[in-house]
Design a binder for this molecule. Structure first.
Ligand SMILES: NC(=O)c1ccc[n+]([C@@H]2O[C@H](COP(=O)([O-])OP(=O)(O)OC[C@H]3O[C@@H](n4cnc5c(N)ncnc54)[C@H](O)[C@@H]3O)[C@@H](O)[C@H]2O)c1
Length: 261
């Protein structure tokens, strides 16, 4: 696994009290960064922050004021911002398309999984520019690259943030800001809910949060702008190769076929 030296750098992790977020916060600290841990679960954020000698921010990422305020607080208290992991997320909860749509829950899902990523990138960019560049990693999901019929709304939100990371990655590359998406398969965290028992019943292999932290480390070391990195149990993280789309006349130029963005 590639490594990266984050000594003297500062990272902000949303959803940092959760399974993947807390493993990521610990890994970023181990690599040398000071870490700000943001979560709706303020007590959980404090627990992780104290374990990594960082700072805790108890806040709701669906509030448009949260990410700008968090970036301001991080710069004030830790002096700078270099790495942002936009990781807070929730499950969709609409099992069947014909289930009655719970509009409040749907808006909440989009607020956490999509809006927060947009708010986070927009808030972080000026701070990263002040350092001459930086890295933003969005915890998307394999459901951002492939259809998950058991949760179409979750699939919708994760495709949205993969698309946003790909486009923002291209748009910000010349500023030295690398935006990428991390796309894990199923991870053994509380987000799995009742599905965890079903996975266990058939011995379905799950990633651990530490596997995802390994993948994050690889993305920070090797990831290019707009890339989407897959991690699956038993495998190394790797950049997904998008097929590209035909141009006028339906031709796919070879370089587009092989391009990853
Ligand atoms: N667990 C999986 O199988 C899996 C697979 C692929 C991607 N992901 C993604 O990984 C990310 C982390 O999920 P996890 O598996 O660690 O789940 P988790 O439930 O353990 O952690 C999610 C964290 O996000 C926080 N959060 C939720 N809503 C918030 C809000 N409005 N404001 C601030 N914080 C909020 C929660 O309090 C929790 O600490 C999510 O984006 C999820 O979609 C998870």
């Amino acid at each position: 696994m590639s490594t990266v030296d984050l000594s003297g750098r500062v990272a902000l992790v949303t959803g940092g009290a959760g399974g993947i977020g807390s493993a990521a916060a610990r890994r970023l600290a181990k690599l040398g960064a000071r870490v700000a841990v943001l979560d709706l679960d303020a007590a959980g954020a404090r627990r992780v922050a104290s374990a990594v000698d960082g700072i805790a921010i108890g806040a709701d990422v669906t509030d448009p004021a949260t990410m700008p305020a968090a970036v301001e607080q991080v710069e004030e208290e830790l002096g700078r911002l270099d790495v942002v992991l936009l990781n807070a997320g929730i499950g969709g909860g609409q099992a069947g398309i014909d289930d009655a749509l719970d509009v409040g829950r749907y808006r909440r899902l989009v607020g956490v999984n999509v809006d927060h990523v947009v708010y986070g990138v927009c808030a972080a960019v000026p701070a990263l520019r002040r350092q001459g560049g930086g890295k933003v990693v969005v915890t998307a999901s394999l459901a951002g690259l492939t259809a998950m019929p058991s949760d179409p709304l979750y699939t919708l939100t994760k495709h949205a943030v993969v698309g946003y990371a790909r486009a923002a990655g291209k748009a910000l590359a010349d500023d030295g800001i690398v935006v990428s998406a991390l796309c894990p398969g199923f991870v053994d965290t509380l987000l799995l809910g009742a599905a965890k028992e079903e996975f266990d019943a058939v011995a379905f292999p799950l990633l651990t949060p530490s596997d995802v932290a390994d993948a994050l480390q690889t993305v920070l070391a090797e990831g290019g702008p707009g890339e989407a990195w897959i991690v699956q149990p038993g495998g190394q993280a790797s950049a997904y190769r998008f097929r590209g789309v035909p141009g006028a006349g339906g031709q796919l130029p070879p370089d587009v076929v092989l391009g990853h963005v």
